[in-house]
Design a protein around this ligand. Structure first.
Ligand code: IPM
Ligand code: MG
Length: 360
């Protein structure tokens, strides 16, 4: 079979990690008899430099016409990059928000897994890391504060700004359904995270999630306040299976969840719409400080490519092959700089990609 993949190398370390993932996909293609055809588009700073805006209509059309999108990372140093002197709607991140909205990618899946071979890198207490954890955050991605009305104005001579947190029941229902469907294939537990002791949007969230849960009697549902969840993630992450939450809470909790694995360079993510179409990207950012140095960890991007094979193309064997190759390379003690313990020898981004490809 032939699959058309639109790639967004983006900014910072993006081009290096996407190249490593393409290399792995080509190897999978050869081994399993598929053809992956890549087409690169510009987004973020890379697009601003060429077109003056972070995402063009042509780029959106290219992404829409593909079978799936594989992304590296976008954005630069917000203190020093000239991209951040532009008005907010022209900055790199605006491109990412636009593509999420245009492609209707409302479901963002962010697994956080403690890899056995890397448990030494876990920042939690040893007794906690010994118990391990394997959770997935299901984050609503096209609503809430990110897309509500916002404005900055002066009121009686005082500078004032407003952002709006709005959800309707259809937006809550479709993401809740995704979370329950995923939980059914895992350990059958959903923790829905909100701030229902304060926010109306959270009270509606809770009510709708309760309604959806009636269709999934086999899945255990619990509700947790977001501040408590932030605490529980460091105290006892093993209690979680699927965490379901709105856009902003999911943004914050997913960074926390990735950090407790000790290896943010390892974590993949998928952003899906109602169909099998998705955009796949590492959970980490563009790391402008190490861009072009060939020291970035490509594993999160390579694992995102595996998620693409699984979720968008139903190529489960092929996805397994990538995940197994990653584990093999780690068990051989091969490390990029970010996951090495001090003194350990390391390999670069390109080499890590090649070694994973060789193990497929
Ligand atoms: C993420 C990022 C984005 C977000 C930024 C870059 C707009 O932090 O994907 O988590 O907040 O969604
Ligand atoms: Mg984030």
């Amino acid at each position: 079979m032939k699959y058309n993949i639109t790639c967004i190398p983006g900014d910072g370390i993006g081009p290096e990690i996407v190249n490593a993932a393409k290399n792995v996909l080509n190897t999978v293609g050869k081994k399993f008899g598929h053809e992956f055809v890549f087409k690169d588009i510009l987004m973020g700073g890379a697009s601003i430099d060429v077109h003056g805006i972070p995402l063009t209509d042509e780029a959106i059309a290219d992404a829409k016409s593909a079978d799936a999108v594989l992304m590296g990372s976008i954005g630069g140093d917000t203190n020093t990059s000239p991209w951040y002197k532009l008005e907010p709607s022209k900055r790199p991140e605006a491109g990412l928000l636009k593509i999420r909205k245009e492609l209707k990618l409302f479901a963002n899946l962010r697994p956080a897994v403690l890899f056995d071979d890397l448990s030494d890198a876990c920042v939690l207490k040893k007794e906690t890391s010994d118990r391990g954890f394997d959770l997935i955050i299901v984050r609503e991605l096209t609503g809430g504060l990110y897309f509500g009305e916002r404005k900055t104005f002066e009121e009686n001579g005082v500078r004032t700004a407003i952002d709006t947190l709005k959800y309707d029941e259809t937006e809550i229902k479709r993401i809740a359904v995704k979370a329950f469907e995923i939980a059914k294939k895992r350990r059958c537990k959903v923790t829905s995270v909100d701030k229902a002791n304060v926010l109306d949007s959270s009270r509606l969230w809770r009510a709708v999630v309760n309604e959806v849960s009636k269709d999934y009697p086999e899945v255990k549902l619990e509700h947790m306040l977001v501040d408590n969840c932030a605490m529980q993630l460091v105290k006892d992450p093993g209690q979680f299976d699927v965490i379901l939450t709105e856009n902003m809470f999911g943004d914050i909790l997913s960074d926390e969840a990735s950090m407790i694995t000790g290896s943010i360079g390892m974590l993949a993510s998928a952003s899906l719409n109602e169909t099998k179409f998705g955009l796949y990207e590492p959970s980490h950012g563009s790391a402008p400080d190490i861009a072009g140095m060939d020291i970035a960890n490509p594993i999160a991007t390579i694992l995102s490519a595996a998620m693409m094979l699984r979720f968008s193309f139903d190529l489960n064997k092929e996805a397994d092959a990538i995940e197994t190759a990653v584990k093999k390379v780690l068990s051989q003690g091969i490390r990029t700089k970010d996951i090495a313990i001090s003194g350990e020898a390391t390999v670069g981004c390109k080499k890590m990609g090649e070694l994973i490809a060789e193990n497929i």
